[in-house]
Ligand binder design. Structure first.
Ligand code: 3PG
Length: 306
């Protein structure tokens, strides 16, 4: 019987685990569950004798891959796979996949939710502002960016995008105005919703040059990764502009300084919450389980990223 480890430091909703189990049961695969683990050693032990593994933002390092004896496939139940050591996977002949699109609506709803919250002064009792009629710039028009655009249009926002890799016709068909440079996007839009992946090229790429260009009440909404922000330069923008605001799904390293000095101009989630809905957990978890079965039984490598 093939064994599938679901290793989630931040667990899926119980309904998602139940549905993953159902899919695996049908294929006669066994579910091995490791949730809320607090020490890496628990993961190293759990991975030893399984054939496949599903994770979220859990770090799948070379050490984890090397601790496995039978591992054939690792699924990142989600979009960003910066937590997987792809070289280590490839070196051990382990296929790595993500589940693109499955949790995107949840992340997009959080991005818009954080925009509303900061526009209303985090519900502090004072008069805030509305989103209608404001310009929002989508930085990277992938699955999440596209949902943000759809919802923002529903709110009556003017939607712009910058993404050199996306099909221009698709953006146009969505009624979104595509700009040619990131500089143009940041200098045009009061709200920027960030959706770039974290990789060697993008880490620390969002800093003073772009953020200082934003119009009055410039607000950066980060549901991507904290690593893409140049935090030293972020602090410089906070210090130089008393209208700049930053909301982020995850607390930045420099949160203490922001909290101390810039009250009312930020909102940070304590844990990554973008994909933390029952629906997103079910979509991504079940897709992951199906991808494992389809790979092991039929060799389907559609969502392979290594
Ligand atoms: C993703 O890349 O899919 C999101 O950041 C969600 O991450 P999570 O599964 O750790 O919540």
């Amino acid at each position: 019987m093939k064994k599938v480890l679901v290793a989630t430091e931040k667990p899926f909703a119980p309904a998602a685990v139940a549905q993953i189990k159902e899919v695996l049961d049908k294929a006669n695969y066994e579910l091995v569950l490791l949730e809320k683990y607090t020490d890496k050693s628990e993961l190293l032990k759990a991975v030893e004798n399984v054939d496949a593994m599903i994770v979220r933002s859990d770090k799948v390092t070379k050490e984890v891959i090397d601790a496995s004896n039978n591992l054939k496939i690792v699924i990142r139940a989600g979009a960003g796979y910066d937590n997987l050591d792809l070289e280590a996977c490839t070196a051990k002949n382990v296929v790595a996949m993500n589940t693109p699109g499955q949790n995107s609506n949840a992340v997009a709803e959080l991005a818009i939710g954080m925009m509303i919250s900061i526009a209303r002064g985090n519900y502090n009792g004072k008069a805030g502002t509305e989103l209608r009629g404001k310009k929002v710039g989508i930085h990277a028009y992938g699955n999440v960016g596209r949902y943000v655009a759809q919802i923002a249009k529903g709110f009556g926002m003017d939607v712009y995008a910058y993404d050199p890799f996306v099909d221009k016709d698709l953006v146009k068909k969505d009624g979104v105005i595509q700009l040619d440079t990131a500089e143009e996007l940041y200098s045009t839009c009061q709200y920027i919703s960030l959706h770039i992946p974290a990789n060697d090229k993008t880490k620390k790429s969002i800093g003073f040059d772009l953020l200082s260009k934003m119009p009055k009440n410039g607000t950066l909404v980060n549901t991507a990764r904290k690593e893409v922000i140049n935090e030293e330069e972020l602090l410089k923008v906070f210090a130089e502009r008393d209208d700049f605001r930053y909301v982020s799904d995850l607390t930045p390293e420099c949160a203490d300084e922001i909290k101390e000095k810039y009250e009312g101009r930020f909102f940070f989630t304590p844990k990554k919450m973008g994909a933390q809905t029952a629906e997103a957990n079910i979509n991504a978890g079940v897709a992951g389980a199906n991808q494992i079965i389809d790979f092991i039984e039929n060799g389907n490598t559609t969502f392979k990223v290594n």
